[in-house]
Ligand binder design. Structure first.
Ligand code: CMC
Length: 429
């Protein structure tokens, strides 16, 4: 039988090493024994941007990027999108199993009753300029929550942890909607405990003078499906930030703020906003060939295309594309959809995109739905952060319970100056 190991010959010394292979990987610290002499630190692996490095083992989300497969805790994303709800999926991600009826009832109750935020949060909001980006506000206010709940620092206290988890999932929509209401100068409505998670979020966003806000059920359901699709995506940039910050044993609010900051960037969760900006700039179908040409010449990217892991159609984008029709029946068709469809058609028949395996990702169509639902583009990344919170929490819990994990601290390969003496300013040239 073939041996599960790797034989290495170090041509510098002629020495041979046998390194075990486990789960299709070698342990990077096993390379340290490969040394040229006693003063040699040992061989390092160099992997900027973690292109080929697993930093953890995980049992949460499985992706097969070549086949376009996504599972949460073993359940295919297509089944969850069709049959589950966002809060049930959040439970699944965090606790590793689908809840029983009584567990789900308790979970929904606990989330519902933690949706209010301290009145002082309003004072923070007053400090932001009228045109502050809602994502900047969300990052600031979620970080501030840790100051309201000092017990959150007890991250190894099971009961405290459970409460912070409920608070985070419950309060993210409240903070998100407040960040929007601030930008339009409207009062902050109270959460409504009679409503589902997404209905309540829509209530917090859009309630005006009516006594009770009633969300359109098709839109509330569509948003719930979008939340399921965005809930986790294994070791992406923001989840890595969550694990990295959490590894120093920060409280979960601070770690979620860090993860949200990573999500904010246009190469990650900010891409859905960038897609809409791009579609608006293109403006009409006849300008698409010119735009594609400029992308191929290296002037910017086709936003909403490409993925580090998916080298096939993103399964989430497929579901969103299908769902768009149901939403547009309620809201009216988003005129930018025609540009997006034509852009996809042209890109997928162009060798530049085909040879690089660049397909639409989750952000390509989600923004069109959000826009049709009246969300301003600045809210798009916020709409990503709300559901991703459950994934961040699941990954954080897994990291804290993993005996192999320690504070994250990568190595570097130093290429700078060797020791040299300080030069007084008058002698510098
Ligand atoms: N448009 C044009 N060319 C692209 C694009 C794109 N969207 N994405 C990648 N490429 C090219 C890239 O220039 C490179 O070409 P070459 O080999 O000639 O140098 C090749 O494809 C490989 O790309 P890469 O930059 O090595 O790929 P990566 O894994 O480092 O980047 C990515 C992944 C998602 C950052 C990138 O595809 C991108 O910037 N896409 C646009 C932004 C976007 O839609 N982001 C959302 C990602 S999905 C949601 C999420 O997870 O946050």
């Amino acid at each position: 039988m073939a041996k599960e190991s790797l034989s290495i010959t170090d041509n510098r010394t002629g020495k041979q090493y046998e390194i075990p292979i486990k789960h299709g990987s070698i342990h990077a610290t096993d390379l340290r024994q490969i040394r040229t002499g006693p003063d040699d630190f040992g061989l390092l692996s160099y992997d900027p941007a973690f292109m080929n490095t697993a930093a953890c083992t995980s049992r949460i989300t499985y992706i097969d990027g070549d086949k376009g497969i996504l599972h949460y805790r073993g359940y295919p994303i297509e089944q969850l999108a069709e049959k589950s709800t966002y809060l049930e999926v959040a439970y699944l991600l965090i606790y590793g199993k689908l809840p029983t009826k009584s567990e789900l009832d308790r979970w929904l109750h606990d989330i519902t009753y933690h949706t209010m935020v301290h009145e002082n949060i309003k004072k923070f909001l007053d400090g932001y300029r009228y045109d502050a980006h809602p994502m900047g506000i969300l990052i600031g206010t979620v970080a501030a929550l840790s100051t309201f709940y000092p017990d959150a620092h007890n991250i190894f206290d099971q009961r405290s942890r459970e409460i912070q988890i409920c608070r985070l999932i419950a309060k993210m929509p409240t903070l998100a909607a407040m960040s929007f209401r601030h930008s339009v100068g409207q009062p902050y409505p109270l959460p409504d405990n009679d409503l589902s998670y997404t209905e309540n979020f829509l209530n917090l966003m859009w309630k005006a003078t009516e006594v009770k806000y009633a969300a359109n059920p098709i839109l509330a359901k569509a948003l719930d499906v979008l939340f399921i699709l965005h809930a986790d995506h294994e070791q992406n940039c923001s989840t890595t930030a969550m694990r990295c910050v959490g590894s120093s044993h920060s409280d979960p609010y601070s770690a979620v703020a860090a993860a949200s900051a990573a999500l904010y960037g246009p190469l990650h969760g900010g891409a859905n906003e960038a897609v809409l900006t791009m579609l608006k700039e293109i403006g009409s179908k006849d300008r698409i060939p010119e735009f594609i040409k400029s992308v191929k010449e290296g002037h910017g990217k086709l936003m909403g295309f490409g993925h580090r892991v998916y080298k096939n159609y993103d399964p989430r984008a497929k579901i969103i594309k299908r769902m768009a029709d149901q939403v547009f029946e309620v809201t009216g068709r988003n005129p930018l959809l025609d540009i997006a469809l034509e852009l996809e058609r042209i890109a997928l028949s162009d060798d530049y995109f085909v040879s690089r395996k660049l397909y639409p990702n989750v952000d390509f169509y989600s923004g069109l739905i959000y826009q049709a639902m009246r969300f301003p583009t600045t809210m798009f990344t916020v709409l990503f952060a709300i559901p991703r919170t459950s994934g961040w929490i699941a990954q954080w819990l897994e990291m804290l319970g993993d005996e192999e994990q320690k504070i994250a601290r990568p190595r570097q390969i130093y290429l700078g100056e060797q020791k040299r003496d300080y030069v007084p300013i008058e002698q510098r040239r």
